[in-house]
Design a binder for this molecule. Structure first.
Ligand code: ZN
Length: 136
């Protein structure tokens, strides 16, 4: 058994999934609430499944220092939406399929060329694009 080191984690992603008209409204509200509260790189909303993700979603990329506020906040405020939180270690297949955590329903991760295992590569730095003004 290989022990992986915490130092392998460069950053995290949270993927917030939605399905149907009711969740389509909820997800926009949640995305706005995240932007108001967290210094993160907030991705745009994808209305169709993209890459390995089997449902529409948006992505939040965040630094390791933001994990202990971002993830508990999502636990409390996800409004029934499913969230995948995965580390970025430069091994996308392992990060998504084996080392992720789910809030809510566990969804299928589709096989995708993106997830082909390769040599570890540094993840692009998640430069925040939000300007939080509300305490989480
Ligand atoms: Zn991701």
């Amino acid at each position: 058994m290989t022990i992986k080191l915490l130092g392998e984690i460069q950053s995290y992603h949270a993927h917030v999934y939605f399905d149907g008209p009711e969740q389509s409204v909820l997800v926009d509200t949640l995305r706005d609430q995240i932007a108001e509260r967290f210094s993160v790189l907030l991705g745009r909303r994808h209305d169709r499944p993209i890459g390995p993700h089997a449902r529409p979603m948006f992505q939040v990329a965040f630094d390791i220092g933001e994990f202990d506020r971002m993830v508990p906040w999502l636990m409390l405020n996800r409004q029934g939406l499913t969230v995948l939180v995965h580390p970025n270690t430069g091994h996308p297949r392992r990060d998504h399929l084996h080392d992720a955590l789910w809030l809510g329903e566990v969804l299928t991760i589709n096989p995708d060329p993106f997830l082909v295992e390769r040599e570890a590569e540094p993840e692009a730095v998640a430069v925040p694009n939000t300007q939080p003004k509300v305490l989480p």
